[in-house]
Write a protein that binds this ligand. Structure first.
Ligand code: SDX
Length: 431
């Protein structure tokens, strides 16, 4: 962290405290409050962490006002159009764009770790067939720590590396198995002759009864969706992974915690909730009714796929996703997809409405992704597992960065206590 001479002055009960200010390479300055409680005996208060930096990082930068997203400095729209998921994964993990040789070695490493221990197949059989695939993924990924003991020691650099590759490589296999299990079809093993996205599509849609050819257009769209979901700074699920890891928990347990957090409809579960909302709206003429509900404070309904804690402008991922939706649906000959028409009209009407403009609510990454995934043949229940599959590389990159931080301490927030102060126990006969 660059040393800074700037300081913030805080006066409490007439006493002045000076707090260091650290300046970033991009984004707002931060006030370092680490010594505040020791010096002034006060906590800061920031439920939801709207104004709090939990760490320093060099992985991803978001400028919410400009609608900018950089991975190791590279803009997301350039990565989405010029790169591919495993190259983006390498860049997130190691901090630079790989040489051709480094990329080839990395892809080979991932490809050769896509199978899971055969014994783990039995885990799936313990679930009901109608279990949500996210429930299955939380369970199976957490259970990986029961199998891969040789990569759970977080203090061993080699074991950290092995766990990273295993998780990135096996997540598509686990997600595809969760899907196959939910539809009563046999598991399809990964194939080493297919690229990462094609392999995932093959494991999801191939059946033993016939040859399955992966559509290269869908494979490219799938790979782009993985890239658009790869990492996103200190979002709720990444913060969950970091907090779990701060206690020394093994990597599989930490990623399982991240999957659990991502599942919520306010976070990664929004892609499923958004498509279900678009289907519920059904036709363009019903949009005003839902816009009114979204603005009605007494109605808990929110436009799913809209709004963001950081973006107060267009989510750059939503822009790429919208272009991809147009391209994929046209190539599939379903450009008149009614759900896409409702989505585009809903976006147009919402962006013209003062309520959304004042609150700076724009479509986010989840607004269009479900339309593409639906067109590719995925049920809505698989939308968030696909998000989790892609975000695994971001969680792992942030997990590795935190473990390498010499300042690493267990995360332990304090609170503003509003409960009862000390009082004596009252025996039940005296109550
Ligand atoms: C992701 O953090 C990340 O980076 C996440 C993510 C990633 O890649 O990891 O980008 C992925 O989670 C994207 C977000 C997906 N979630 C949704 O699409 C669900 C719908 N969106 C909202 O629930 C909401 O916008 C959040 C949760 C995304 C953000 O909530 P904030 O930042 O806590 O904002 P807020 O709830 O305080 O809302 C501010 C105002 C409120 O009105 P007032 O109380 O000020 O009057 O805007 C309103 C909200 O009521 N508002 C909405 C709205 N989102 C916010 N009103 C209607 N519809 C919405 N979608």
């Amino acid at each position: 962290m660059a040393e800074n001479t700037k300081t913030a002055k805080l006066t409490i009960d007439g006493k002045e405290y000076e707090l260091p200010i650290h300046s970033p390479s991009a984004g707002p300055d931060v006030i370092d409050i680490r010594k505040l409680y020791a010096q002034a005996g006060v906590f800061t208060y920031d439920p939801g962490f709207t104004s709090t930096a939990s760490c320093d990082s060099t992985i991803t930068f978001i400028d919410g006002d400009k609608g900018e997203l950089l991975h190791r400095g590279y803009p997301i729209d350039q990565l989405a159009s010029k790169s591919h998921f495993l190259e983006v994964a390498f860049t997130l993990l190691y901090g630079y764009l790989p040489s051709a040789d480094e990329l080839e070695k990395f892809e080979s490493l991932v490809t050769n770790h896509t199978m899971i221990h055969e014994q783990m197949h039995y885990f799936f059989r313990g679930f009901r067939r109608d279990a949500h695939p996210m429930a299955t993924m939380v369970g199976v990924v957490g259970a990986m720590s029961a199998f891969y003991h040789d990569s759970t020691d977080i203090n061993d650099q080699h074991q950290r590396e092995v766990a990273s590759i295993r998780l990135i490589a096996k997540m598509p296999t686990i997600a595809a198995m969760a899907y196959k299990y939910s539809i009563g079809q046999p598991f399809v093993y990964p194939r080493n002759d297919l690229d990462y996205a094609s392999n995932f599509l093959h494991m999801c849609f191939a059946v033993p009864a016939e040859e399955y050819q992966v559509n290269p257009i869908l494979a490219r769209a799938m790979d782009r969706i993985f890239t658009l979901h790869a990492d996103h700074e200190q979002n709720a699920s990444t913060s969950t992974v970091r907090l779990a890891s701060s206690s020394g928990a093994n990597p599989f347990a930490c990623i399982a915690a991240g999957i659990a957090c991502l599942w919520g409809p306010a976070h990664g579960g929004a892609n499923q909730a958004c498509l279900e909302m678009l289907r519920e709206i059904g036709t363009v003429d019903r949009i005003p009714e839902y816009i009114a509900r979204a603005k009605d404070k007494s109605d808990p309904f929110r436009l799913m796929g809209f709004g963001h804690r950081v973006y107060k402008n267009f989510d750059p991922r939503a822009k790429v996703m919208k272009e991809s939706a147009d391209e994929v649906l046209a190539l599939l000959g379903i450009e008149n997809n009614p759900t896409l028409q409702v989505a585009k009209e809903l976006e147009r009407i919402a962006l013209e409405d003062p309520y959304f403009a004042e609150k700076k609510l724009y479509p986010n990454v989840d607004f269009y992704s479900g339309i593409i995934l639906d067109a590719m043949g995925f049920p809505t229940s698989m939308f968030t597992p696909i998000f989790a599959l892609a975000r695994t590389v971001g969680w792992i990159s942030q997990w590795k960065e935190q473990l390498a931080d010499p300042q690493l301490k267990i995360g332990r927030p304090r609170q503003l206590y509003l409960g009862d102060t000390a009082r004596d126990y009252v025996n039940i006969e005296d109550r």
